[in-house]
Every structure is written in structure tokens, then in C-alpha cells.
Design a protein around this ligand. Structure first.
Ligand code: ZN
Length: 181
């Protein structure tokens, strides 16, 4: 677009086709004035709304829930680091993926472990977030048509996110092992 320096150009009051990009996962969605988010995750309201849909699907499907729910929650959190996202949350969700990938703990047993960690850790470290967390977003999960596809996509998505945080794998492993016995 050509620059119109010095000219007064009235701003359009309505931009129905305007896109908004999520600051965390980079997902671009048409801006939705009805979507709202007032939490601390570094995400756009539109992205949060897609994520809420994904969670809705998981809460109503026991197979999906049992196999990939915790991984979904962890991957989404870690894809939306930065901004005012709390160190405690990032640490807990890194520990969640560490438990799944490195310790092989079943998804449904991970929340208990994370709760223990939340009770024991006194100082929550800051982990510099990666610049990119891979090509997939919650939107890819929302588009899955079957239970199997949903599960496969979450696993692939979480793989990307976990890989993206590889600079901190050793640190989270050591924090988890020093606090859990
Ligand atoms: Zn996002």
C-alpha cells in the first residue's frame, strides 16, 4: 500500500474482513468482535476461542480425553508463552510434556505429578520461549474429522512444540527430578 504521509485519511470504522494474528502461535483468523480473552496466555481472542472448541470436543470424547488431553493443554500453553504468561504455568506445562515424552507417563496420570510439582517448587524459573513453535496450531486440531485424526494431529502438534522448546529439555528434566521422589 502506498504511503500517504501528511494526508488526513479517515480511518474506516468497520473492517469486517480484518484479520488478527495470534501473538503466540501466529494463527491468522478473521477478527471476531464477539471473541474475548482476559487471561494471561499470550494469545488472540480468536485463537482462544478455537482452543475452547477443541477442549469441548475432548471433554465429550473419553478416548480423545484419555489419550491426548493433557498433551493438548501443555502444547497450547507452551505455544502461547511470552507477554504476561506466568513462569509457573510455563514450567508446569514443560513438565507435562517432559513427563509424556521423556518419562512415558500416561496422560491421565500427569496432572497428579504436576500438582505435586506445583506444591513443592518455591521459585519458578524463567525459560526464554522459542521464536517459533512449529507450523501447527489449535486450528489444525479443530479441523480433525474423526477421533483418530484428532489424536494423531494433537500428537504431531505436541511433537513440534516440544521440539521447539528443546533448549530447555535438560533444565526441566532436572527440575522435575529434583522435586519429585
Ligand atoms: Zn494462538
Amino acid at each position: 500500500m502506498a504511503k500517504q504521509k501528511g494526508l488526513l485519511i479517515p480511518k474506516p470504522t468497520k473492517m469486517p474482513n480484518k484479520e488478527r494474528q495470534c501473538p503466540g502461535c501466529r494463527l491468522r483468523m478473521p477478527a471476531d468482535t464477539a471473541a474475548a480473552y482476559d487471561g494471561y496466555y499470550h494469545c488472540s481472542p480468536e485463537c482462544w476461542s478455537i482452543y475452547s472448541e477443541v477442549l469441548g470436543t475432548q471433554f465429550s470424547n473419553a478416548i480423545i480425553f484419555g489419550q491426548v488431553h493433557q498433551m493438548t493443554v501443555d502444547a497450547y500453553a507452551l505455544q502461547h508463552a511470552g507477554g504476561s504468561h506466568k513462569n509457573k504455568s510455563i514450567t508446569i506445562h514443560l513438565a507435562g510434556l517432559h513427563a509424556a515424552y521423556d518419562l512415558g507417563i500416561p496422560q491421565t496420570q500427569i496432572p497428579r505429578l504436576l500438582q505435586q510439582l506445583a506444591n513443592y517448587v518455591q521459585h519458578w524459573p524463567y525459560y526464554v520461549p522459542p521464536l517459533s513453535t512449529g507450523p501447527m496450531t489449535a486450528f489444525d486440531i479443530a479441523l480433525a474429522g474423526t477421533t483418530e485424526e484428532h489424536i494423531l494431529r494433537v500428537k504431531k502438534w505436541a511433537d513440534f512444540v516440544w521440539d521447539a522448546w528443546s533448549d530447555h529439555h535438560t533444565k526441566i528434566a532436572s527440575l522435575v527430578s529434583s522435586h519429585l521422589h
